[in-house]
Design a protein around this ligand. Structure first.
Ligand code: FE2
Ligand code: FE2
Length: 284
């Protein structure tokens, strides 16, 4: 590990693009049980770009709504304001991560598709297993690999060394730690911290590869981990990391995840994720 390189990485975390102010406001509304439709509309009133994206997503095949939606109010009426906030946050994240991540062998759009798939799989598992998790877990799922946006550049530079190391029987994040002194999960957590995101989201991102290393067992971390494993098994955004993923059996046991659940999610996820990802991809 090279201290100079680690300092450069940490500098990149500091200069990483920020989330739009509207996203942060909406995240805080998500926690407020008394938040009203009007408050959501108020935040979006001066965000025409975001509003256009939200309507595009709401009208995508994924939601299968019977009529075309033309306004935020209509979207809230049909989907509920919590779902709408999730859509807004998805749209904000897409603007940041819809780029190629070379070190991880992820062409443009792949990290985005993987992130959407993990978020959709998380939502499906939460319903199937009747889990009690905070609403922000779906946005955390969307952001779980954001650290790759920073680390990718350095992985790319050290790719030859990494290929040799990857022959060893260690997980990808262990390789990252031995090379850089930090892994993409920790970098992601630092980015979310800089954005002043809630602690639950930060810890989901921080422990998504190692749910058993979290300070205490946490259903939200376990379910995002399981969703990530499912997506990599299905080959969605596998890239370099998917080859060396170490799933936690303890997390599956804590969740009560069975082979039957896995089959249900895997059979539907591919279609849902591509419908949703396509609706907000830049240029579409
Ligand atoms: Fe990851
Ligand atoms: Fe992932």
């Amino acid at each position: 590990m090279n201290q100079k390189e680690l300092n450069l990485i940490l500098d990149d975390v500091k200069s990483f693009p920020s989330m739009p102010a509207a996203a942060l406001k909406l995240l805080s509304l998500l926690k407020d049980e008394n938040a009203a439709t009007g408050q959501v509309e108020q935040v979006l009133r001066y965000e025409p770009g975001l509003t256009a994206n939200i309507l595009k997503m709401t009208n995508s095949a994924y939601f299968g709504l019977p009529t075309k939606i033309g306004s935020i109010r209509q979207a809230i009426l049909l989907l509920g304001w919590k779902k709408l906030i999730q859509i807004v946050l998805t749209s904000c994240v897409s603007a940041i991560i819809d780029k190629p991540v070379q070190g991880y062998d992820l062409p443009a759009g792949d990290l985005w598709r993987h992130s959407v798939a993990v978020s959709v799989a998380t939502e499906t598992l939460v319903k199937l297993l009747k889990l009690s998790v905070p609403d922000e877990v779906f946005t955390a799922a969307l952001l779980h690999d954001i650290g790759k946006m920073v680390l990718g550049r350095y992985v790319e530079a050290d790719i030859l060394q990494m290929d040799q190391e990857s022959l060893n029987d260690v997980s990808f994040e262990q390789v990252e730690r031995s090379m850089f002194g930090i892994d993409h999960a920790e970098i992601g957590a630092k980015i979310l911290k800089r954005w002043s995101f809630p602690p639950t989201m930060i810890s989901i991102v921080r422990w998504h590869h190692e749910p058993d290393a979290a300070p205490k067992p946490n259903t939200a971390i376990d379910v995002v981990h399981a969703a990530d494993v499912l997506c990599l098994m299905a080959g969605i955004g596998t890239g370099r990391e998917g080859l060396q993923y170490q799933p936690s059996e303890a997390a599956s046991t804590r969740l009560g995840l069975t082979q039957k659940h896995i089959e249900i999610v895997a059979s539907q996820m591919l279609q849902w994720a591509s419908e949703l990802a396509a609706s907000v991809q830049s240029g579409s």
